[in-house]
Design a protein around this ligand. Structure first.
Ligand SMILES: Cc1ncc(C[n+]2csc(CCOP(=O)(O)OP(=O)(O)O)c2C)c(N)n1
Ligand code: SF4
Length: 284
């Protein structure tokens, strides 16, 4: 399957990255990786070409989940770990909108882990962007599901000693239709991945390495460790799983492009509120 990255249907007017900025000044720490993700997303939305009023950014809670406020797209800053549930409902009822979910590794893999698995399995046509800094930034540095077992901190002396989650492997196994890894310090490479993820049919997941300079300053080394465009796309899920379990987590690019048909449901466009309420009545 191939997808035109700049779909003719959407490219009716040239847009610039600044067209997607709200003008609000982010309150992220200076040097936080999330600035690079915001820049990449604005660049990608401009390249994709849909106007901001046709794009909805849904998030949970966390430093990274503040991102929708810094764009002028529609935004839903919800509750911790439930962004994908909101986004799924929104996309199913408003398939005409471009729905993008953003958030952190705590939000998406810990409290929201169940929703992540089932969003991959359901394969609704939307993009999920996780800013993974391997820590809970907003709540001052607790280990997250992707934290290294030996990461030593005041809050977890000696490290938590647990095997980190592999989000790409989980996404592949659970059924995501597009799986990639980007880096906040490579905004153009990340923007290219975002454009492709938006355009690809079904549930697209992009894991973004996004350093937390406040609680994980050693992640400043990531810029020397990442390998742009080094991820060889795997031909099938088994190969993708094997590949991502064998690498060190710093290869960037698209790991897998699937051909599952996206899920959608017929939505009655003229249903009244009382009709919708009636459908939820017990015994109806
Ligand atoms: C139900 C609930 N539990 C816990 C919290 C507290 N809380 C807020 S943000 C957060 C973790 C944020 O970490 P992450 O999602 O990785 O985002 P980051 O801040 O690192 O970008 C937690 C535990 C909350 N707001 N709601
Ligand atoms: S605490 Fe970490 S994740 Fe939060 S804004 Fe600061 S650097 Fe970014």
């Amino acid at each position: 399957m191939s997808v035109s990255l700049a779909s003719e249907a959407h490219c009716v007017k040239a847009l610039a990255a600044k067209d997607f900025s709200s003008g609000a000044h982010p309150i992220w720490c200076p040097g936080c990786g999330d600035y690079g993700v915001l820049a990449a997303l604005e660049r990608a939305l401009a390249a994709y070409g849909r106007p901001s009023h046709e794009v909805v950014l849904v998030s949970g809670i966390g430093c990274s989940s503040r991102l929708p406020a810094y764009t002028n797209c529609y935004g839903f800053h919800g509750v911790h770990g439930r962004a994908l549930a909101v986004a799924t409902g929104l996309k199913l009822t408003r398939p005409d909108l471009e729905v993008i979910t953003v958030g952190g590794d705590g939000d998406g893999y810990s409290i929201g882990g169940n929703h992540f698995i089932h969003a991959c399995r359901r394969n609704v046509d939307m993009l999920y962007l996780v800013m993974d800094n391997r820590v809970y930034g907003m709540t001052k540095g607790q280990p997250s599901p992707t934290t290294e077992p030996d990461w030593d901190s005041d809050i977890a002396p000696g490290g938590i000693g647990l095997r980190p989650l592999n989000p790409l492997a989980l996404a592949i196994v659970a059924g995501a239709n597009f799986v990639a890894r980007g880096f906040a310090g490579d905004p153009q490479g990340l923007a290219d991945l975002i454009v492709e993820g938006i355009a690809w049919p079904g549930f697209a997941f992009i894991e973004v390495l996004s350093p937390c300079v406040m609680f994980r300053p050693e992640q400043g080394e990531w810029k020397k460790m990442v390998r742009p465009a080094a991820m060889p796309a795997a031909p099938d899920r088994a190969a993708a799983t094997a590949q991502v379990l064998a690498e060190d987590g710093f290869n960037l690019g698209v790991l897998y492009r699937g051909d599952r048909a996206p899920v959608s449901v017929p939505v009655p466009t003229n249903a009244s509120m009382s009709e919708i309420e009636r459908q939820f009545e017990i015994g109806a």
